[in-house]
Write a protein that binds this ligand. Sequence first.
Ligand code: CMC
Length: 437
Amino acid sequence: MGAQSLTVTDNRTGKTYELGIEHGAIRAMDLRKIKVAEDDFGLMSYDPAFMNTASCQSRITFIDGEKGILRYRGYPIEELALRCTYPEVAFLIVNGELPGARQLNDWTWQITHHTWIHENIKKFMDGFRHDAHPMGMLISTVAALSTFYPEAKEIANPETRRLQIVRLIAKMPTLAAFAYRHSLGMPYAYPDNDLSYTGNFLNMLFKTTEVKYKPEPALERALELLFILHADHEQNCSTNAVRSVGSSQVDPYSAVTAGVAALYGPLHGGANEAVLRMLQTIGSKDRIPEFIRRVKEGEARLMGFGHRVYKHYDPRARIIKRMADEVFQVTRPNPLLPIALELERIALEDDYFVSRKLYPNVDFYSGLIYQAMGFPVEMFPVLFAIPRTSGWLAQWQELLADPEQKIARPRQIYLGAAQREYVEIGLRDAEQDEFAA
Ligand code: CMC
């Protein structure tokens, strides 16, 4: 095998094995030939949170966590954020290339003209309690879409796949906005095809009695930028959920539902909501040292800090922090901002955070901006799910096209009881009493 290989000696048997190395990885299946006896199952690797396991080969997003680099399809995030619209970036992520002018027109037309949802979905939403969390509503309604488009099951058909991708990217803002209006008890505002992707989303959220809603350009652009920054992030928890569920060859609505559910958790898409609650609890700058002490003693977590991959300042956080000033010029400044800035300053000078390479992540400032724009905290993970849909779908497509992928089915290390004698129910109380005595 030569230089691109790893030689392993099994000290249990003294045997030596040579494992191939490709793209800086060994194939876990190659470990299976390492056995202590002919009938041995073979060696496995144990990696409960995928800390060092590549689950796929991908051409979509590149991250260098040590250097703080993020690229979609090879383009630096900073450049895309500065120059592109979200639909343009979604096209890039899904199709692999930036669209030409004609392609972009066509793509934008399509995702503008698939924004409407079946009236029965609206009725379905009406069934939720008035205070239902919009993320719970989004999970349910995305799943429900699969029942409206049964042809989505034909995942081997490229045209069917393309149409569902367009539908999902187009309808996600509508579902999200309707969930928001439901929570306010307000009538749903229908999509306006004259507006941009984010302008229309603002229209569906905030339109009241005006005949034509005019989005505030600075907020429309800020949302666009936030959408671009959140569009994909390689194999994170929700993307892994989409790939894992998608590997059963289910329709894309059901696979994306798994992603939305994963995003609901406070360690993933719910983190910016947790950041705001943390800043509210801290309440004032003079209470920051006390909070930092609690974090260091393990009683609290500094939300919006730390990342599995970034061991440097998250490049998305840097862009968002710069954008915050522009947003606060048209909204009222967020009173929690000075607390956040001071918290960041103190944490970045503290050895606890420095030694663990804990830097602000994308969620540290995004919540402050969303709040200033008038979004309630419950909407924050929803605002993450909308743009991430293009990433999930690109990853789902890539999974389907990859001949090496099969249904995802991890192994386990069984540590439970060996075979036991069945005990009749009448004898179990006595057995338990004996055990407790
Ligand atoms: N506050 C305090 N300590 C922390 C934090 C934090 N936010 N994050 C990590 N640590 C400590 C952790 O206690 C551990 O210390 P020790 O070595 O002494 O046990 C060390 O740093 C390594 O942490 P870890 O838990 O092994 O790291 P992880 O890769 O498993 O977790 C994380 C990554 C993002 C879940 C975690 O950093 C965290 O909980 N951060 C706060 C939640 C957050 O902001 N999440 C948003 C992530 S970015 C958006 C997204 O992609 O969804």
